[in-house]
Design a protein around this ligand. Sequence first.
Ligand SMILES: NC(=O)C1=CN([C@@H]2O[C@H](COP(=O)(O)OP(=O)(O)OC[C@H]3O[C@@H](n4cnc5c(N)ncnc54)[C@H](O)[C@@H]3O)[C@@H](O)[C@H]2O)C=CC1
Ligand SMILES: CC(=O)C(=O)O
Ligand SMILES: [Mg+2]
Length: 474
Amino acid sequence: MELQRSGISLIYRLEIANQGNMFAKLASLVGNAGGDIAAVDMIRVTQEAVVRDVTINVGNREHGRQIAELLDAEDGIHVVAVSDRTFLVHLGGKLEIAPKIQVKNRDDLSRVYTPHVARVCEAIHEDPSKAFQLTIKRNTVAVVSDGTAVLGLGDIGPYAAMPVMEGKAMLFKQFAGIDAFPICLDTKDPDAIVETVKRIAPAFGGINLEDIASPRCFYIEERLKTELDIPVFHDDQHGTAVVMLAGLLNAAKLVRKELKNLKVVVVGIGAAGVACTKMLLSAGVTNIIGVTLEGILHRGREYENEIWNWYKEHTNPENITGSLDDAMVGADVFIGVSGPGVLTVEHLRKMARDPIVFAMANPTPEIEPEVAAPHVRILATGRSDYPNQINNVLCFPGIFKGALAARAYTINEDMKLAAAQAIASAIRENELREDYIIPSVFNQAVVQRVADAVAEAARRTDVARREVMPKDNF
Ligand SMILES: NC(=O)C1=CN([C@@H]2O[C@H](COP(=O)(O)OP(=O)(O)OC[C@H]3O[C@@H](n4cnc5c(N)ncnc54)[C@H](O)[C@@H]3O)[C@@H](O)[C@H]2O)C=CC1
Ligand SMILES: CC(=O)C(=O)O
Ligand SMILES: [Mg+2]
């Protein structure tokens, strides 16, 4: 596969002296330093100088700093400030709550609030299921995190987790029309998390657990699924697994291999790794090797982590032992949900013909895509700046849209499988290419296709409270 290097975009506020052709000089300085001018805005003009905002694409923050120094050292150019566009879009947070109707007069006020609202409250009191009709419950999801496994950044706490949860909430709204609320909890106690989520549940039609570290995430999700009657879905587990399977269904078609014959190496046996493995098993893959920081999971050991004891019993049919080096020999597929730098070119050279590599760790994949690309047939990452983005964002808007439309009690295996097949089928067989095994996040057909398939699977498996017609906009 061929790839282009990605970078970041910085805005340089520059005071440029009104002398000679300073802008041409500036452009050549930036170009020679490997920067790429993407936009120029005039801020103000004085007799002596012009102030411009120059947006420059740079390789990374260090590269950006070098360009700033270079420009500042030039006679006639002064760097007033450098701002990162990513930080600018986060100023003041990324969300707001807006009312659906305006309160223009006393009559409106008396309806949306007291006294007439009381009749609506009484109706719900008599029949709590009316909360789905008469409150935001039917279309609102809580995105709940404790900040312990935020992307691949680890335990960075509830404050630092907020930008990710706000981002998820934005995507719920933009892609599926679902109102989602970011909730970062200041506790790591699994029981306290369960109790808190149960207590806030009345306002929500579903709970999206996010970036909660394993193995605690399994206990938290299991308890909430049993104790709540709305869908509880740990996205890092199931959303990731659904999209991974969708990508693998299409990748396997392209390299003409059958799922049941694949040898799949999964690295990072945490939330995402365990769920990806369970999904692979449901899809008929049998030869799966799980690799942790301590090496291959095998039946010759007892693990402190209970889920790894489950894992060793259900995978590794030949009970091989050793490290990732050993696991990669003859592997058809690599699934990385661990961290940066795990995979090397040497590993790729050990793989079977037409290697399929899903390096899904965020924000930095298990191997630099540019390094891996020449050695693999199909490469996917979790990132939006490379082709083949295998990211749970392709799943969670659609799967919740379908589950909410059906007023499902839960999101079960059939609904997840239906979602994976719906995502995969968004690309016709004759359109499949090495750099197009998974539809774009911006393919508007995907969310509705997933939602319809999921609502139908909910009906079929008897977990729906409401019949949904395809494309029924609840
Ligand atoms: N592309 C996507 O849609 C998604 C990507 N991810 C990424 O997957 C990674 C893991 O996420 P979670 O499962 O939620 O976290 P987690 O904390 O539950 O699990 C991570 C596991 O990976 C292990 N690990 C870390 N470095 C390793 C290495 N060098 N070799 C073997 N194992 C290693 C850890 O020990 C832990 O068991 C993160 O980078 C995250 O961003 C997670 C969910 C979705
Ligand atoms: C995409 C995602 O959920 C993660 O990296 O944690
Ligand atoms: Mg996540």
